[in-house]
Design a protein around this ligand. Structure first.
Ligand code: HEM
Length: 494
């Protein structure tokens, strides 16, 4: 009973706050659908909010406002509206509103994914990432370890092919992604390729955190409900965060001991971050390094593995494209059959296939929501501070005004249209744009290219016996996942 009254009281407080805010802002915000009291437009959004928002935008325009509980959200749905937010008003629109799930972390204030850009530590971390993560020379130095990871999975699939065992491309890509990242950061693997999804393993913990951060949480739109954690989202995130915290703590402590000895340094990202921290100890400490490692795994794993899964899905559905990619990769593979990142990064057709897949299956469909740091003029509207701003990247990448036959898979379009993923073409922003743009873009591109090139060069792929079709249904989350796993039979070629 007490709980019931608490919920009712919380909701009433939310309405009053919400109503006050709306009255205050009414005439200045972009137009949008009229919502119900308390819940706002909640009922207009289903399990695929990116599609629902695209439909609403056809009625209300390129900049529209929706209300979810006490959250006012401005949605941008055309390239020009996206440019207004991410380029012209980038500085004012680059904040974040941390979800309640983040409070499960031991030091939530150290998580750069959710920091304000006005924060000195966020700027110090972005600087460090520019030096060690976005830097192609540094990435190339560490590529050998990633090659070994991919050689390992090729061997695993070869063995599965010999034993006539089907493989789940999504699960493999996820495990490979984790190991590609962990080798770049820590010079070691953190998972293997056997089928498992146990509580208390790296893959499971990262996936749980990612799922909880992306899940619709009633406490995020009615903040007064936060102490109750009604969907147990923070509770589930805590189990995973605690596990990761302990593991990362152990790995960092081990590295600190290693650095005290006279043994040679690893020269990986952790070594670089530790050195950077010594030089910037006022704003970048060991606590930030540990939180950053978790953030990088969260941001880099699902995005890359979902992209690989969608690429393989489209290649299985479009055999002519698969054969062209194989032909292109064959031309740069050495006699030893080794595929290396440096060689495949220049492959234009493979690059076009990656672009086209990220267009059709936008990895992060609504961008990680931004918030306004100050009052800001967007187009002809005035948006107050602390308003969420969403870019519907899914809708941009399928807008028929900019894309011919937008729902068809046609990599060739990227051979001639001069459009690339780097954040300058506002109709195609898989990595975002502006100061919050993905710092993992060059590494993500290397990881995806290497794995797809290896899958296509070393194997032919068939659907398991008796299966005729591939289901392309999607599940919405922070990253757009394939709903039905892509189970395939590998046929070793080389
Ligand atoms: C195909 C792979 C990837 C895609 C499609 C992708 C996409 C994105 C997108 C759309 C954002 C949000 C940008 C915004 O809020 O404006 C983002 C942010 C971020 N990404 Fe990636 N990403 C990928 C791989 C990676 C990798 C491999 C890493 C790290 C190793 C990484 C690290 C990050 C970080 C740290 C942020 C947050 C930046 C900030 O808030 O300042 N990403 N990514």
């Amino acid at each position: 009973m007490e709980l019931f009254f608490l919920i009712i009281a919380s909701i009433v407080v939310s309405i009053l706050i919400n109503h006050g805010i709306r009255l205050h802002r009414k005439s200045k915000l972009p137009p949008g659908p009229v919502g119900f009291p308390i819940i706002g437009n909640l009922l207009e959004l289903g399990p695929k909010p990116h599609e629902d928002l695209a439909k609403l935008a056809q009625k209300y325009g390129p900049l529209m406002t929706i209300q979810l509980g006490s959250n006012t959200i401005v949605v941008a749905t055309t390239p020009d509206a996206a440019k207004e937010v991410l380029q012209r008003k980038d500085e004012a629109c680059s904040g974040r509103l941390a979800p309640d799930a983040l409070n499960a972390m031991k030091n939530p204030e150290a998580a750069m994914l959710w920091m304000s850009p006005a924060n000195d530590t966020w700027r110090a971390i972005r600087k460090a990432l520019n030096m060690y993560l976005t830097n192609q020379t540094k990435l190339e130095t560490l590529s050998g370890l990633r090659h070994e990871v991919v050689n390992g999975v090729v061997e695993f699939i070869r063995e599965s092919g010999r034993k006539k065992v089907d493989v789940d491309i999504g699960q493999l890509a996820l495990a490979v992604g984790l190991n590609q990242l962990s080798n770049t950061f820590l010079s070691q693997n953190v998972t293997n390729y056997e089928e498992h999804d146990n509580i208390g393993d790296f893959k499971h913990s990262i996936e749980t955190v990612m799922e909880m951060l992306g899940k619709f949480n009633i406490a995020d739109i009615f903040p007064v409900l936060k102490p109750l954690d009604p969907q147990n989202i923070r509770g589930r995130a805590k189990v995973a965060y605690d596990w990761l915290d302990e593991v990362i703590e152990g790995l960092v402590s081990k590295r600190l001991k290693h650095r005290e000895s006279k043994l040679p340094r690893f020269g990986d990202m952790l070594d670089s971050l530790l050195e950077y921290s010594q030089a910037n100890e006022d704003k970048f400490t060991l606590v930030h390094i540990k939180a950053l490692l978790v953030d990088l795994f969260i941001a880099g794993t699902d995005t890359a593995s979902n992209t690989v899964t969608w690429i393989m899905t489209e290649l299985l559905l479009n055999r002519d494209v698969l054969l062209k990619v194989r032909e292109e990769v064959s031309q740069v593979v050495g006699k030893d059959g080794k595929i290396e990142e440096a060689k495949i990064l220049g492959l234009t057709y493979l690059h076009a296939v990656i672009n086209e897949t990220m267009r059709l299956h936008t990895p992060v469909p609504l961008l990680v929501p931004h918030t306004t740091e100050t009052e800001v003029k967007l187009g002809n509207y005035i948006v107050p501070p602390r308003t969420q701003v969403i870019i519907n990247m899914w809708a941009l990448a399928r807008d028929p005004t900019f894309w011919e036959n937008p729902t068809s898979f046609k990599p060739e379009r990227f051979l001639t249209n001069g459009i690339d993923y780097k954040g300058q073409n506002f109709e195609f922003l898989p990595f975002g744009s502006g100061r919050r743009r993905c710092p993992g873009m060059p590494l993500g591109h290397r990881m995806v290219s290497l794995l797809v090139a290896s899958f296509v060069y070393h194997f032919d792929w068939k659907l398991p016996h008796g299966k005729q079709e591939i289901d392309k249904k999607e599940v919405f989350g922070l990253s757009l996942q394939k709903a039905v796993p892509l189970l395939v039979t590998p046929i070793p070629l080389k």
